[in-house]
Ligand binder design. Sequence first.
Ligand code: PRP
Ligand code: URA
Length: 212
Amino acid sequence: MKQYPNVTIFDHPLIKHKVAILRDKNTKTKEFRELVEEITTLMTYEAFKDVPTRTVEVETPLETTEQTMVCENSVAIIPVLRAGLGMVNGVHTLFPTAKVGHIGMYRDEETLEPKEYYCKLPEGIESRVAVILDPMLATGGSAVAAIDMLKKKGCKHIKLMSIIAAPEGIKTVAETYPDVKIYVSTCDRCLNEHGYILPGLGDAGDRLFGTK
Ligand code: PRP
Ligand code: URA
């Protein structure tokens, strides 16, 4: 696949290990949910190497020292319903005070076009780094629509984090929005005729919430 400067594909054995268990059809809902959170935390650690920071004075028992802390208010977490909800706690582990906005979207099963049904974003979204969460980046239609929504609200700094991506989805998002930073833990082979990622993990929403 073509390399894109705005795309990071994690190639880390600890993440690969967890993704392997996630893919397994015998992995049950509870473990699936826990793994999605853990993988998200590991991805967040790397994806936020550029998080805005501030200098603070700290008094140790011995002296006063200048230290670096994160500007926590600079980040907004934006899960795409439903499956993105499973990743929220994984980011909150590292950004406990980050505000959360929700984008409701589902894919039409026939056309694979995204259908929007909800959008509620935190105040001041335009000045925050918005990280869109969706475990699956398949055709890329949902991610492009989510990015469109954020841009219409004035958002200038957008990241997208997905656990599993298809090459088609990466290409679509990376080429449509070269300014959006895309982080995926793995890039799979292709999409099947129903728009599912192969080898993938099946339907992320159903596996997270036990709906099938
Ligand atoms: C899944 C997934 C993404 C979308 C990806 O959601 O969570 O939002 O499909 O596909 P795309 O890249 O081809 O747009 P789905 O539509 O199944 O909705 P759900 O989370 O409510 O089940
Ligand atoms: N949505 C999913 O949940 N899984 C896929 O493989 C593709 C889209």
